[in-house]
Design a binder for this molecule. Structure first.
Ligand code: HPA
Ligand code: MG
Length: 253
């Protein structure tokens, strides 16, 4: 039996004990000691749904190839991620650090779930504070390979259990540079919740700790994920088409 097989697993598929040392390794997936992360929902390329099946904003309709993850699926999955986060941190006050702008829809819906736990549990819920950080490594549909961080007083992270809230781990460039940067400022721990993770050969190997969906190697948009700031105002997560890439190549006019 491997270490992970020996871990107790409850009815919702979660391990019952976790201990999480932080690591600042920039390019390797971080391990939880003996406990592996819960794996995301695998979304295959063949799971793409035709546009005819869902309502889409009229201003984007012609720019979308398909719907990959519907808004309803996103919200349901976030409830389970909130549950997993609560179980992992139970009783600990965490500091959510929303990575702008892409992470903001996920952050809002995750907050709603975490706040609801406050109402219905006497203990084992997760008090939280939050802040926002700006991290940019993308230009259009390609990674620039360097990350620019702004908008966060990192001295305030000292001693805190920081949970980064991100839209997507694609190449992993942003997170593999941001996590070690935060660790330098002395937080008690740093973990990453990412709604999406892309299966791409360009990955640097970075693995987030709480992940909603594993998506195929397509450029995805919607639910605050953008292409030059377009498509953030769309509920579903969709695949862009060539017309969309052309139309918004210089941003939203
Ligand atoms: N879509 C939007 N933003 C992104 C993506 C993507 O597929 N990958 C990295 N940032
Ligand atoms: Mg973006």
């Amino acid at each position: 039996l491997s270490q992970s097989q020996l871990n107790l697993v409850d009815a919702h598929g979660g391990q019952l004990s976790t201990s999480a040392p932080i690591s600042s390794s920039p390019s390797q997936g971080r391990m939880y000691g003996a406990v592996e992360r819960l794996e995301p929902i695998l979304v295959e390329s063949s799971d793409q749904k035709s546009k005819e099946n869902f309502l889409l904003p009229a201003h984007y309709e012609s720019c979308i190839k398909s719907i990959l993850i519907s808004h309803g699926q996103i919200l349901d999955r976030i409830q389970k991620l909130a549950y997993d986060i609560r179980r992992h941190y139970k009783g600990t006050t965490i500091h959510l650090l929303c990575v702008l702008k892409g992470g903001s829809a996920f952050f809002q819906d995750l907050q709603v779930c975490l706040r609801n736990f406050h109402n219905f549990t006497n203990q084992d819920y997760v008090p939280f504070t939050f802040d926002f950080i700006r991290a940019k490594s993308y230009d259009g549909t390609s990674s620039t390979g360097k990350v620019v961080v702004s908008g966060c007083d990192m001295e305030k992270l000292r001693g805190k259990d920081v949970l980064l809230v991100e839209d997507i781990v694609d190449t992993g460039t942003t997170m593999s540079m941001l996590v070690p940067l935060l660790v330098e400022h002395g937080p008690a721990s740093v973990k990453v919740a990412s709604l999406l993770e892309k299966r791409t050969p360009r990955s640097c190997g970075f693995k987030a700790d709480f992940v909603g969906f594993s998506v195929p190697d397509e450029f995805v948009i919607g639910y605050c994920l953008d292409y030059n700031d377009a498509f953030r105002d769309m509920n579903h997560i969709c695949v862009i088409n060539d017309e969309g890439i052309e139309k918004f190549k210089d941003g939203v006019k």
